[in-house]
Write a new protein. Structure first.
Length: 421
């Protein structure tokens, strides 16, 4: 499992030894571009730290069975040698039962876990909570506790949302994992305050890693030139709408949910698209998860004037596509982050407090609250934001100045912890 001698020779390491970093909750082989955006951003950040330290990191990603094609795409885009990125299946191990009763099936993974010098866990950004059900929570929490209590290795909880924990036992398990962590970083103030309610652990607040996801600007954004458009000019304004297969009544995404929207999401989307089309905006549907594409295909059949963009294979390409729009309306948080950080006027349609907490932390108030506001209220608010989209673009650009400082803080915190190892 060790790298070959020729490759090891180029790894100078820190304090004279090479470093292997275990990655949890940041997949490479996933159809959710938001999860992939976090992985790409984390590895880009770690590569910057490695260059600064004059070393080379090896990455063991404990996400499941690796897909060489997707690993190749990631490494090509980030300029990482493929032999430095390996995937292992942690799930039989983190269950503990698998560890006790099927040791022959988990030996390889367990050996790889022991080789890691430290671990960084992102929990897919928002899955260290029980809003997606107890099974998802336990799978993620058990992996953390395995690293901390069984392997006794340093675990960094990278920028993410913490909670909510509706089940008391889940909150107790989360507390154990947080208390044992070497470093805890929240991606918003609300998460930091939430953790303070049940643990004394010091929590640093920065922001979501995906704000720094690299991309290639298409140079087609026209928000600075079309400020007060008449209806006849609206077709010059490109609007991207990210529809969510998670929120549709058809439940095209199988992820379990423990939240209830006050907004009728399907009715909201159809009314919004009807208004945009009647006002002659140039509208495209942008999927960010495979289920979004399926839902978008159904929507496009009802609205022939709406263009359905094909599903992209990596987050850098989809962010590059999103950067071409003037306005972006999205229910996938990382799709909105891609728009926001590429200079597009962004309208997040929030289904959980992860949206509100994140955007409040960067002083961006232009959010549509699907949880707590009615369909009619949200439709009117969205129309108002669309009409004032230049103001939203300016606000996003101002917020990005603060976000860039927060991202540098994340790099500093990670680097400090890595050097300690």
């Amino acid at each position: 499992m060790n790298l070959d001698n020729s490759f090891n020779a180029m790894v100078t390491g820190i304090n004279g030894h090479s470093m292997t970093i275990g990655i949890l909750g940041a997949p490479i082989n996933n159809g959710n571009m938001g999860c992939l955006a976090l992985t790409y951003s984390l590895l880009a950040m770690l590569e910057e730290i490695a260059n600064d330290l004059g070393t080379v990191f090896t990455y063991y990603n404990f996400e499941g069975v690796g897909d060489p094609t997707k690993t190749h795409i990631l490494c090509r885009n980030l300029g990482i040698e493929e032999e430095r990125v390996k995937s292992f299946n942690i799930y039989p191990v983190e269950s503990f039962l698998g560890l006790c009763h099927r040791p022959h099936k988990v030996f390889g993974t367990f050996s790889a876990l022991k080789e890691c010098d430290l671990f960084i866990d992102l929990t897919q950004g928002d899955s260290f909570a029980d809003i997606y059900g107890d099974s998802v929570f336990n799978k993620n929490a058990n992996g953390k506790l395995l690293v901390e209590k069984v392997l006794k290795k340093p675990l960094i909880l990278g920028p993410q949302t913490y909670g909510p924990y509706q089940n008391k036992k889940n909150k107790e398990k989360a507390k154990r994992a947080i208390d044992k962590a070497a470093l805890v970083i929240a991606r918003d103030e609300a998460s930091m305050q939430y953790v303070k309610y049940f643990t004394d652990k010091e929590v640093y607040t920065t922001t979501d890693l995906a704000f720094i996801l690299p991309y290639k600007s298409g140079g087609l954004n026209r928000s600075t030139t079309v400020e007060h458009a008449t209806t006849s000019e609206h077709f010059n304004i490109a609007v991207g709408v990210n529809v969510s297969g998670l929120l549709s009544k058809n439940k095209l995404e199988t992820t379990p949910t423990e939240f209830h929207l006050k907004t009728d999401y399907d009715a909201y989307i159809e009314a919004l698209l009807s208004w945009l089309i009647n006002a002659d905006y140039n509208v495209s549907i942008i999927p960010h998860v495979v289920a979004d594409y399926e839902y978008g295909r159904l929507i496009a059949e009802k609205f022939p004037r709406v263009k359905l963009v094909e599903m992209y294979q990596n987050p850098m390409d989809i962010k590059s596509k999103i950067s071409e729009f003037d306005i972006f309306i999205g229910a996938r948080m990382h799709a909105t982050i891609g728009a926001f950080s590429s200079g597009v006027a962004t309208i997040p349609t929030a289904y959980s407090r992860k949206f509100n907490g994140l955007y409040e932390s960067v002083e961006y108030p232009y959010i549509v609250d699907l949880l707590n506001s009615s369909t009619e209220e949200n439709l009117e608010m969205t129309k108002m934001y669309i009409k004032d989209y230049v103001k939203l673009k300016v606000a996003a650009e101002k917020s990005m100045e603060h976000i860039n400082l927060l991202e540098r803080q994340t790099i500093s915190l990670l680097k400090e912890q890595i050097v300690k190892c």
